[in-house]
Ligand binder design. Sequence first.
Ligand code: NAD
Ligand code: GLY
Length: 378
Amino acid sequence: MKATDPQPMAASNPAAAGGLQTVTIALGERSYPIHIGAGLIRDPASFEAVPRSALAVVVSNTTVAPLYAEALMRSLRQRHRQVELIVLPDGEAHKDWPTLQTLFDGLLRLGADRKTVLYALGGGVVGDMTGFAAASYMRGIAFVQVPTTLLAQVDSSVGGKTGINHPLGKNMIGAFHQPVAVVADLELLATLPPRELAAGLAEVVKYGPIHDAGFLGWIEEHIDALRARDPAALAQAVRRSCEIKAAVVGADERESGLRAILNFGHTFGHAIEAGLGYGEWLHGEAVGCGMVMASALSARLGLLGESDAQRVARLVARAGLPVRGPLLGADRYLELMRVDKKAEAGEIRFVLLERLGQALVRSAPDKTVRGVIDAHCG
Ligand code: NAD
Ligand code: GLY
């Protein structure tokens, strides 16, 4: 299966430096816009696709709310009579049932009803939890993604995957629930710590090897500009990433096939996150290292040239991400990787590369996987 992708990577896109760009997720009556640009949360027009309602609730965390909640709420008061704020604790370790319960407590206390709109103001953790709350509160209400990390702008805010972690497995409890709009304000990336910026670059890099070798080359050329937060480079990276994700999600919303390629690096990565305890490594760091391991596995299986695998590893390193995994032991990696949503009848399935720009999903002999773990960890 192939995603429809009408706009291949252009060598450069001067328009990307400045004004508003919109990418559409085409899902019939559940289609929605992803607006990308600078200063969007301060402009009420950014939220025109959102239904008007009496009550809107902004969900954020203790780090992001003091920075941006007031500006967003000011804009939202043009659309909703009452705008309230719920602040969650910050961190991957809080993407869990107890925190979700406090969110439901807050919504019930505020008298949220079926018309209430939730706004997720934060990174992937806030976005995934708010989306899951929206999917299940009163059996489903509308929500808007306002992603504030690079990772959330290029990946987690788009496509409707929502949920929380379980101690035994990452993102194991959740639902598909599409937002009604995504508003990615590039200005908000200014306050992102460098380590978080690098983590977001992992998900940008991902789109090259799995779908667009031209984009991979573009990232290689612009990686220093991206790390320096060059506005034109960031705008281009967010736009192209969202276009690729939109094409994949539009073709396979519920991951019956193609969408699994978006999990490149995630099988090894989720094992690292769960094995070390959530929050020890950032999700993007684990994915970066996981992409190096998945590329090495692709090479060992004779699918991908060794030099191409090394090209992925070099770019991951240049993005400021770890390329060696923690020493958990091959047995523990295998045990953790069996608790993966792609696993079938206990058999681990990996997203592998058959060439740069083309991914496939398949199993691999344990012995070969062990060889990769031994060579790339510790
Ligand atoms: P995160 O949400 O934990 O945010 C990273 C850190 O940056 C947090 O401390 C946050 O408070 C802080 N922060 C956020 N925006 C900021 C800003 N503008 N300025 C300063 N600090 C800011 O992590 P993340 O990397 O955004 O997301 C990772 C999560 O996303 C993981 O749980 C992962 O499983 C999930 N994810 C989901 C999908 C999906 O399709 N739903 C895809 C990829 C990742
Ligand atoms: N980040 C994986 C997906 O959205 O499918």
